[in-house]
Design a protein around this ligand. Structure first.
Ligand SMILES: *[C@@H]1O[C@H](CO)[C@@H](O)[C@H](O)[C@H]1NC(C)=O
Ligand SMILES: *[C@@H]1O[C@H](CO)[C@@H](O)[C@H](O)[C@H]1NC(C)=O
Length: 117
């Protein structure tokens, strides 16, 4: 039993490190919100992108496997961003670049998330 447990934990860790693919997406909007909450300060106030924000961006990047994931993430971020007073979409779109990564689409209130590839 103990051995099985260790093997299970080890394979889960391998999954996290190697970002193994799951057949079904487990990417929820609540999870995305948790990851990206540290980015709100920059999106509203500017200044510097925090390392916590970049970590959230990397987690999201690693979790977005399929076009469906990407569309869902787009819709989630768009919906939640709409509730953030003073959000600056130009800054939002700068965040991936500031973290050294990129996003395949630009996020604006008018972005059609269904068209995200
Ligand atoms: C942003 O980061 C740079 C380099 O770490 C630092 O020199 C600068 O003061 C920071 N700016 C703000 C607004 O925090
Ligand atoms: C959004 O994109 C989808 C897929 O390309 C398309 O079917 C739909 O008509 C678009 N919606 C709007 C409002 O442009």
């Amino acid at each position: 039993m103990a051995v099985t447990k260790v093997a299970l934990v080890a394979s889960m860790m391998a999954c996290m490190l190697l970002t193994c693919s799951y057949s079904k997406s487990t990417l929820t909007c609540d999870q995305i919100t948790i990851w990206l909450t540290p980015c709100i300060a920059y999106a509203v106030l500017g200044g510097n992108v925090s390392s916590l924000c970049c970590q959230g961006i990397y987690s999201l990047e690693a979790a977005k496997k399929t076009a469906e994931d990407r569309r869902g993430a787009c819709q989630c971020i768009k919906d939640r961003a709409a509730y953030i007073p003073g959000i600056d979409y130009d800054r939002v779109n700068q965040i991936p670049g500031k973290c050294g990564t990129k996003c395949s689409y630009k996020l604006y209130p008018s972005t059609n998330c269904s068209a995200v590839q």
